[in-house]
Design a protein around this ligand. Sequence first.
Ligand code: SPV
Ligand code: MN
Length: 625
Amino acid sequence: MDQESKGILKEMLGEGEYQKLVRIENPDLHKFIVRYVELCKPDRVFVNNDSREDFEHITESAIKNGEESKLVVEGHTIHFDSFYDQGRDKEHTNILVPKGLDLGPTISTRDRDEGLMEIHEILKGLMKGKELYICFFCLGPANSEFSIPCVQLTDSSYVAHSEQLLYRPGYDEFVRQGSSAHFFKFVHSQGELDERNVCKNIDKRRIYIDVDSNIVYSTNTQYGGNTIGLKKLAMRLAIRKGSKEGWLTEHMLVLGIHGPGDRVTYFTGAFPSLCGKTSTAMLEGESIIGDDIAYLRRLDGEARAVNVEKGMFGIIMGVNSQDDPYQWNMLHNPGEIIFSNVLVTENGGVHWIERDGDIPSRGYNYSGDWGIGKKDEKGKEIQCSHPNARFTVSLNNFQNLDPKIDDPSGVPVGGIVYGGRDSDTCVPVEESFNWIHGIITKGASLESETTAATLGKEGVRAFNPMSNLDFLSVPVGKYIQDNLDFGADLRKPPLIFSVNYFLKDGKGNFLNEKTDKKVWYKWMELRIHDEVGSIETPTGKIPKYEDLKRLFMEVLNTDYTLEDYNGQFMVRVKENLARIDRIKKIYEKKVSDTPGILFEVLDEQRQRLNKLREKHGDYVLPDKF
Ligand code: SPV
Ligand code: MN
């Protein structure tokens, strides 16, 4: 580092923090820090070297600053985001694109020069009165081909605390890599806060991703999905990096399914929000590696996956003792948990939508003092907790954590699962014919029906390829091609499946129990090892009745009837044809770089379905194949 930068840094940081920082011999890092400390003007700077005292400084600051408050159970705290800051702000989350780069109409972008000018204007003096936390992390396991070092600058102790729970520490990795480190950088400021310690200037909420310099900026927001740099913001940087280097960043859980004997077969799975991703990752009797983001690489001709994170920022709505035993136990034991946007009861406990027990008649929530019947400005009733209320916890707190979570070479991927909310088209579980067929008809064709918990109209099918659309930073067609290429020369590509937990009968009743998914995963596990047969339909391979009957008895101790099977696995030709039309139209109209093979594979599927329709009509039972 040149003398001038050193001098400035020492003055800004004070001797103790300066010494911690300069142990990392990386001039780029120092310049970056000088630049944003000078611009944002925090009162103090804290450098976190991952020591116990430094971790404690952050957790204690969160309480002292009022960003979190202690709850009655040891280790539990509550954080609130502004009433208007309860989810990802898609409108103001933009990839900054230099002139000439076109990512297509489905990706939200902004001119790079304009965006950088605006965000630097917003950041001017924005940390006045605050402490700036400089924290180092590692995405993926340490000392591994997967690792990406990251530095986070934030004036929010809640964000720093959340990241401490969610990501692997990275200070030592920065020291080790010195000036050779290529790292992602995040600058976050929550901006001015009101008397409730929530953001005041939501109109200046911006999340800008500069893929050119690998810097992400986030201002005037606290909600984790907008601020926790290493989560969805880093995903955009990693997707671009992977696209250049030949690996994938996916919005996927990683799960170990326990087969016969001691066999554990690993799956990754992509599901849009509120489609059963967490409950799948937390399947009883199985083991979790991750619930949200995975990197996939080809190592020695094999697909391998890691969890990018080491903790969970989980949706709490609907968690109950019956369906979610692991989450329930974790949430009801002492341990470090940050609850966000749930109801705090009068005795310092918490409550949320669809938790066991009665809803307390009053308490405190994201709207302030709350009582049953409270309404918002538009006259809409405010529920006890926000539908997107969450808990943040380290995966170490779970009894079902898989021992391979930190394996530097990841876990081998036996199967990949794509699932959306679909009331009338896809069968509960189906295997694709091969990698290309799976990527195109399952991943690239993924849709999900909107729910009451999301904004906008209910029941509208939203196109969401690989459930990754919100996070793409390369054109959609290029991303599909990267996925196709990934499987091309693997020794044994993972099998690709679709699942649908939301199929309904004509009267609007669900055709499956929530627990049925346990059986689907055991069936897929056996398919991967070729230990069970299947039936070929025009859309893929479905289970045979006898196999499911046996598995339902073994896994759930229930009698699975032929009537249930027929209702669930009937091929819905008409709806499948309509789906192909919808997907094709989107790719034709909105994705100018769609790989040609996508249309070929969809056309072949259409022909198979038309042929079946000629012979057997629109609704065809499995015994016809
Ligand atoms: C999701 O919405 O997919 C999440 C939560 O995992 S967020 O961090 O907001 O992206
Ligand atoms: Mn997610």
